[in-house]
Design a binder for this molecule. Sequence first.
Ligand code: SF4
Length: 270
Amino acid sequence: MKSENQPTRTPGSGAEAGENPVQVKLQEIIEGKGPGPKEQDLVRPGSTSGVRASAETARFLKISELYATLQGEGIHAGLPCFFIRLAVCDIRCAWCDTPDSWTGGQWRTRQELLSSVPHHISLVQITGGEPMLQIRRLRTLFEDLHSAGKKILLETGGHRSLEKVPPYVHIVMDIKLPSSGEQSHPFENNFGYLKASDEIKFVVASEEDFLRARRWIQEHDLATRFQILISPAYGMDLKKLAQWVLDSKLTVRMQLQLHKYIWGPDATMV
Ligand code: SF4
């Protein structure tokens, strides 16, 4: 779900050979009706469990990556965070930096996921890919993490309904701008499912993008309703964007992606 100004990706360029990147078992993922994980796909639970795993092992999610690092974005930036990156996305942002998550992934059992979360990290980010594709089973994971006292962040592209997200989950929702190539989705349909503490993120790669973000914010009064992030696409002129933000007189937060500055723009799993 991270979205930066990386070289333009052709839809499907990160797909597994021979797969249709858009329709790859999509219904199976959404419905949770696919076959269970194969034995060889399962990764044994680690010994660093910070969560009491449920005896329920039949439920599972399709996962791209699991890793611990510092949260790089938003109002939780700088805090240690465990990332659960779900596999599969049904849109194709031009500057997506996680195309490997568009397809593929490995089935992980619920117990494996819970066992992966370290004791000492209280912040867990669910990202993708597009996590809302797996919301049916994701809700169970939300319940488990919440019961274990973890704070849950959900990062979503904003193009799928957030109606089924529990209120204790902190949502970070994108609104896609023209340079993404995915600006035509009805993002406004989700405003009613967001809390005042939730974040809306605009990734800005051009002046046209910023002007469109400004229009979204003004027309829907977003800056007084939610936390608004203006996130420069990596490599953009930061001083120019800062000046646009100041000139707009909007109460929004310009953010830099911390992990890109610590580990470099091409580092993965950070
Ligand atoms: S919504 Fe999908 S294509 Fe867009 S940045 Fe996120 S993972 Fe990439």
